[in-house]
Design a protein around this ligand. Structure first.
Ligand SMILES: NC(=O)c1ccc[n+]([C@@H]2O[C@H](COP(=O)([O-])OP(=O)(O)OC[C@H]3O[C@@H](n4cnc5c(N)ncnc54)[C@H](O)[C@@H]3O)[C@@H](O)[C@H]2O)c1
Length: 462
């Protein structure tokens, strides 16, 4: 009997390598992990116009697609509470003053007489996603909304109901679905290279400084202000799990606890802020002075002036939440989380995150009846069970035209591209992270959190 991979796939990548086969490298056409990459530029019938609400890190990032591919999208209206961010967008796109708003509700109110653009991009803080998206749909916008979609299962289902009622194209920014690495795994699954999926293990290692920045000191530190970390950080992971398994989750149970970033671990004599002369500053892994001033890492939310001196950065840092002692914040997000998920097709998934990690990485193992995949977020290995032959997928996004400089493994711009095409053709099938597809991961995450807090197994579907 021939290899199960014979005849599968077609060529584009050079660095997909077969192991356990004769010394001669196999002809690329025989390589099952190679598939055609889609071009990054959207093919559109016309330039689409965009109104962006929330011109911070994400909003500013997505506008870059229109700059990179002129003629695809144009930002024609903006809303942001912060003048610096609003004005940066207005300057970049020559947006007239009457289309620049402070609060996003003002932009939506101005749309009552007629929408200002084809598309509304909702890149606001988590707690505003639901209202902005629902109102946007009512006003006739096609909407791209950041993840997490909303702050509860009910809010997510409200959004889905409105989408079905209005028929708008609504995409959720589950950008990892568009990263070549995850697309290659999905493609291998869909082409039957693993046979029937039996089980899966997926872990997100969260870089410890990322944890302290976002989930101890920053915007996502508290589940009641933002969403539980299993959603705010891991709805990407749960979305990938759901996408790969291709079935609905029937029930979940979860464990996890906040044990380290708590007042009990605050060293004696540590002041409330690292900038207040902490005696432990030099030895502390989480020193804000080390991260933000000396290393200049994670400084985006500080909106530093260009060429800021150490003194300027220290002053801005001291007035921000990011100088706070990590053991003296109003945080409640667990540093470790383990969940068991069961799906309608019988697949069991062990999902976890670990947030005191030296590195940030997503590790995935999927075992099927014919093959298994093991990956570390950048490259993965596919092994054929019957023969032991294996193939490595190790493409570097720097080598893929159009993906080189993009965030989330190349996923950020590909999402925009697919969303623009779906809007242009009014065809939601051109977009994999539709609102309907994305609701599932949120329902799973909220159910995990309910399980963690109550100690009960939670049933979702079935
Ligand atoms: N897809 C991903 O992987 C990913 C990554 C990071 C963040 N996010 C999500 O993207 C969203 C935005 O995150 P960000 O990092 O850009 O945050 P950010 O704080 O940099 O940007 C949000 C902006 O919204 C503005 N804003 C707040 N309230 C407003 C209001 N009422 N009206 C108008 N503007 C208002 C703020 O001034 C800010 O500039 C969040 O929901 C976040 O969870 C997603």
């Amino acid at each position: 009997m021939g290899s199960m991979f014979a005849g599968a796939g077609c060529l584009t990548a050079a660095n997909v390598v077969a192991k356990g086969v004769p010394a001669k490298r196999p002809a690329a056409k025989d390589n099952p992990l190679v598939y055609p990459m889609r071009p990054m530029k959207a093919e559109l019938s016309r330039e689409l116009t965009v109104a962006i609400v929330g011109a911070g890190g994400r909003g500013w990032g997505y506008q870059g697609y229109g700059k990179r591919f002129p003629g695809t999208m144009k930002v024609v209206a903006v809303a942001d509470l912060l003048p610096f961010r609003r004005e940066r967008m207005a300057r970049a796109w020559k947006i007239p003053a009457e289309r620049c708003f402070c609060d996003y509700r003002e932009l939506l109110a101005a749309s009552e007489k007629g929408k200002l653009a084809d598309i509304l991009m909702v890149t606001l803080p988590d707690h505003l996603h639901r209202d902005a998206t629902i109102k946007g749909m009512e006003l006739g916008y096609d909407v791209l909304v950041e993840k997490p979609m909303a702050q509860s299962s009910k809010e997510c289902l409200d959004m889905l109901a409105k989408q079905k009622e209005t028929g708008r194209i609504v995409g959720v920014c589950h950008v990892l679905r568009y990263a070549p690495y995850y697309e290659a795994i999905k493609s291998a699954i869909d082409r039957g290279l693993l046979g029937e999926i039996m089980s899966m293990q997926h872990t997100e290692l969260v870089d410890m400084i990322h944890m302290s920045h976002s989930y101890v000191r920053g915007n996502w530190r508290n589940s009641k202000i933002a969403t539980p970390m299993v959603i705010s950080k891991c709805c990407h992971d749960l979305d990938l799990v759901n996408w790969f398994i291709g079935a609905r989750c029937t029930h979940v149970s979860a464990e996890g606890e906040l044990r380290y970033f708590i007042p009990k671990n605050r060293p004696a004599g540590a002041p409330a802020r690292c900038t207040d002369g902490c005696p432990h500053e030099k030895d502390c892994i989480y020193s804000a002075l080390k991260t933000y001033v000396r290393q200049r890492r994670w400084t985006a939310p500080l909106d530093l002036p260009s060429k800021a001196t150490d003194e300027q950065v220290t002053k801005i840092l001291a007035a921000s939440p990011y100088s706070r002692c990590v053991f003296a914040c109003d945080n409640d997000q667990p540093e470790q989380y383990a969940a068991a998920l069961r799906f309608e097709n019988g697949v069991s998934v062990a999902f976890s995150y670990e947030a005191l990690s030296r590195i940030g990485q997503r590790r995935t193992r999927i075992i099927g009846t014919k093959g298994m995949i093991e990956g570390g977020g950048i490259g993965f290995r596919l092994t054929e069970l019957a023969t032991g032959r294996s193939w490595d997928w190790n493409m570097k996004i720097q080598d893929i035209p159009g993906y080189e400089t993009q965030g989330h493994g190349g996923g950020d711009f590909r999402l925009v591209r697919d969303f623009l095409m779906a809007v242009d053709k009014h065809d939601p099938s051109l977009l994999t992270s539709s609102l309907e597809a994305s609701v599932e991961s949120h329902l799973i995450g909220f159910a995990c959190e309910e399980s963690r807090l109550t100690g009960k197994k939670i049933r979702l579907h079935g």
